[in-house]
Design a protein around this ligand. Sequence first.
Ligand code: PDD
Length: 278
Amino acid sequence: MQIAILNDKILPYEEVGHEYLDRGLFFGDGVYEVIRSYDGRIFALDEHIERFSASLKAIEITKVDINQVRDKIILAFAKSNIPNACIYFHITRGSGPRNHAGTDDLEPNFFLTVKELEDDTKMKTEGISVITYPDQRWKRCDIKSLNLLPNVMAKREAAKRDAFEAIFVNDEGFITEGSSSAFFAIHQKKLQTSPLSANILPSITRKFVVKAAANISLEIVDNSLTPQQAALCDELFIAVTTKDIVPVVKFDDKIIGDGNPGQYTKALAEEFRKFTIL
Ligand code: PDD
């Protein structure tokens, strides 16, 4: 008899629900997106859909109608009636007996939640602390994969050390990005961030930060920094869909600037806000 145990319940294997046999659980075999709304309007939906399509393609999940995904996002958001919402969704390759390669008959599983965004006023006005952490991830971080164990471990270490984010440093000693955010430095009126590559996620927020930077005449430099260089910069910040721009005032115990959010970071945040009310 084939058997399964779910927590404390023993049951025939055949009676295990398909959600327990999801390849997302067994292998992290799926991709995800996080979108947000500002005051009742979904922000950058096309960009997120485009990146999601690219992630699906990269891991060869082919049986997905991306227009149906878009419709589901819009429907769920409308039903939620939450003006400032965080929309999370993922697609896995499907459910089936544990087998690494999977079979052609698998039907992708879709999962989505719409939740209220947390209030981030305090962290934006006071700034956050970050730590550095070794980048132990795979070589395709441009895919928004459900495999997030290195990110989880990094974020847990940050939390233990009273920091909000962990900033990954690769084997060559350069900063790549945050465990769940893009990372930026401003020094002598230049905005610096890692160049887009397979080593980082092509952040949607980054795209708008770069536009905002051009609008306030900051020079943009695609340049990876070492932690030592970052610690000496005038200003630092992270950028992520759920919070847009968050100033960093402490970097591995080193105070950045005068310990308060910097003037250009604040100006960028203001400029960014304009994109969200269009
Ligand atoms: N994370 N880099 C990583 C590793 C990320 O996980 C994220 C976002 C970003 C920023 O990307 P964007 O600007 O498109 O949100 C950069 C999401 C929000 C998460 O995992 O919850």
